[in-house]
Design a protein around this ligand. Structure first.
Ligand code: BDP
Length: 649
């Protein structure tokens, strides 16, 4: 973690210390941005699509569907990208499909990209759930495990082989989850022919959201020069009025390159510059990055322009590459009782979300993203957790700009089976953390990593598993605290000694003592006292809530009515109000909006714990939270007129 702001000595040590962020993966995975040296071509739209309905789901590989146009090997339908494929058609077998599906699209690559040997062409997939294999013109270019993070492949030489051909991109995606995937699952074959049809099997999952699948985020081609800026790492701090931006630039494709690094303010004025690949930029009269409702100018971003010139070995041509990274200058620290942003106590009053909506499933959708941000700001929420997997980087960029604070969670959800604590699972989990930190390390909005949600952390192997995982994550990034989300008992939890912040989910008077709202004050109070008493670490109530069917009313309240949801939240809030004066540092409602789940006897077309419906209309609880969140913000910061504080609340 970064150094407590109160100690000048430690701040100086920060300046001298070695760069904390170690990235063991090849390649930086910088977000593709256009610049004078880089072009981006989005491949969103309609792709040809076919699920492999063969019994072993292997026909596509046996018949090498990637070798020819997909339409030549069988029937295809049109499938939008990005989107989950599950809810696009009227076919229940596609909604519930398990196994390989095939996507294909032909694209014309601009002639200059092909003729100019100094141009590098990269194919990037924002995310595809869960396992993907990619071919270009019938040749495999990459494969990737994991449904929520980007992957890419350089395809320059391949497309140059026959410039007359369009470039045919084939992506096979498999949503099968096993004990060693993240999230884990199991495939169960039902062999009793008196009860099940031939070949019948089910995908068991141990998490509470629909296992949407397909190409969920944009697919694009982008260019860089062959000598290019591969990665930039920034760590920020400040001393009095001076901002400190420690940076490191990695260049690929040439042994030496000259660099010019320029930090510009919002008006485009240069505030600091350098010409070394790593160093510390000093920003006089710094404008810090502040969370929403904590400052009149939240989410302040500088732009770091990295301009690189190089000659390739054996060549006289020069290459210029320009990449501009938004940079927010802020610090994050944790004490025994507080979460500090820029040395000021920060109280999380926010939400848990899902990437989830009608028809699109988990597909990235700009109208939905912007609507959700408008609702978050309307609520007066200052934060969210990316339950239960990394969200699109485009969403984190919005958080950076709007000052919405993020707990960035990896897809470690549903680790319930002891076999999912084995070496293979742990190794994969470590790789996922590598990929997550590599992608999100520079986002000022990200203030904490969450390595898992509600694992069986009382099982004996959990101690080694979480010790290793958390240590690894801290070695990747020493500037942010690390946690996982527990629902286990404080006395039995094996991973809590290793976290920086205790995050607890509890559902009193819902899953426990259903209907008995009167237990909440006692049980919630005991929960906080027990956890704090044992670990002396600040606590976030990382989930609490109740299902409510919009429009269902009962007084006195009964479960599933809007009145019950309201009453439950208010009882929790009474306890939060006592404990936030001590060591409780946040409350995140479960959930921002209703979301789809697997079909089950306890789910009525999905989980209804949203304070908004799945269509983003408010239930009564949204108004309760809105009043509370604005009041909390106002109490902490005595919001001056700049805030548009809704006076009617
Ligand atoms: C919590 C889980 C969350 C569920 C929620 C619920 O973390 O994923 O959706 O319960 O059951 O324990 O509503």
């Amino acid at each position: 973690m970064s150094v407590p702001g109160s100690s000048a000595v430690l701040r100086v040590l920060w300046l001298l210390s070695v760069f904390g962020t170690v990235l063991p993966l090849d390649g930086g995975m910088l977000f593709p941005r256009e610049s004078t040296s880089r072009e981006v071509k989005e491949l969103n739209g309609l792709w040809d699509f076919r699920p492999d309905g063969s019994l072993n789901r292997n026909e596509g590989f046996e018949k090498a569907w990637y070798k020819r146009r997909l339409a030549e090997t069988g029937p295809v339908i049109e499938m939008p990208v990005p989107a989950s494929y599950n809810d696009i058609t009227q076919d229940p077998t596609l909604r519930d499909f398990i196994g390989w599906v095939w996507y294909e699209r032909e694209v014309f690559v601009p002639a200059r990209w092909i003729s100019d040997e100094g141009t590098r062409v990269v194919l990037r997939v924002g995310s595809a759930h869960y396992y993907s294999i990619v071919w270009v013109n019938g040749e495999k270019v990459t494969e990737h495990e994991g449904g929520h993070l980007p992957f890419e492949a350089e395809i320059s030489s391949l497309i140059r082989r026959d410039p007359t051909k369009p470039c045919r991109i084939t992506i096979a995606v498999n949503n099968t989850l096993t004990l060693e995937t993240l999230p884990p699952g199991t495939i169960q074959y039902m062999n009793d022919r008196t009860r099940y049809p031939d070949g019948f099997f089910v995908q068991n999952i141990y998490f509470d959201f629909f296992n949407y699948a397909g190409i969920h985020r944009p697919v694009l081609l982008y260019t860089t020069p062959t000598v290019y800026v591969d990665d930039i790492i920034v760590e920020t701090n400040f001393m009095d009025n001076t901002g400190l931006v420690r940076y490191k630039v990695s260049v690929q494709g040439a042994a030496t390159a000259t660099l010019k690094v320029t930090l510009m303010d919002k008006d485009g004025h240069c505030v600091a510059s350098s010409n070394t690949p790593s160093g510390v930029l000093k920003v006089v009269d710094v404008k810090l990055w502040w969370p929403y409702l904590m400052h009149e100018n939240p989410g302040y971003l500088y732009s770091m322009e990295v301009r690189q010139h190089a000659c390739r070995q054996g060549s006289t041509s020069t290459y210029e590459d320009v990449y501009t990274l938004p940079v927010g200058i802020r610090t994050v620290n944790v004490t025994k009782t507080q979460f500090l942003i820029n040395n000021k106590p920060f109280y999380f009053h926010g939400v848990n979300k899902h990437e989830d909506s009608d028809i699109r499933g988990k597909g990235l959708d700009w109208p939905l993203i912007v609507k959700d941000f408008n609702l978050i700001k309307w609520l007066g929420a200052n934060s969210f957790r990316t339950s239960h997997y990394p969200y699109a980087e485009e969403i984190l960029q919005m958080c950076d700009r709007h000052g919405i604070v993020v707990i960035d969670e990896c897809p470690g959800v549903g680790i319930k089976d002891i076999r999912s604590f084995g070496n293979a699972s742990l190794s994969h989990h470590l790789v996922v953390m590598d990929e997550l930190v590599r992608r999100d390390k520079n986002h000022p909005s990200v203030v904490m990593w969450s390595v898992a949600n509600e694992p069986a952390s009382e099982m004996p192997p959990a101690e080694f598993y979480f010790k290793t995982l958390i240590k690894h994550t801290k070695a990747l990034d020493h500037t942010r605290p690390v946690t996982y989300i527990t629902d286990s008992n404080y006395a039995r939890d094996k991973g809590a000694p290793f976290v920086d912040v205790v995050c607890v989910n509890s559902y009193f008077s819902w899953y426990h003592d259903p209907g008995h709202l009167e237990v909440i004050p006692i049980q919630l109070n005991a929960q906080f006292e027990n956890w704090y008493g044992k670990y002396k670490k600040p606590i976030i109530q990382s989930e609490y809530g109740a299902d409510a069917l919009p429009g269902l009313h009962m007084d006195p309240p009964m479960m599933f009515t809007e009145e019950y949801q309201n009453a439950l939240l208010q009882s929790y809030h009474d306890v939060f109000d006592q404990k936030r004066k001590q060591y409780v540092i946040g409350e995140l409602i479960w959930n921002f909006a209703d979301f789809m789940t697997a079909q089950a006897i306890h789910r009525v077309v999905g989980n209804k714990k949203g304070i908004f419906t799945r269509q983003r209309q408010p239930k009564a609880a949204a108004f309760i939270l809105r009043r509370r969140y604005w009041r909390l913000a106002n109490e902490t910061w005595r919001l001056p007129p700049w805030t548009k504080y809704p006076c009617s609340l």
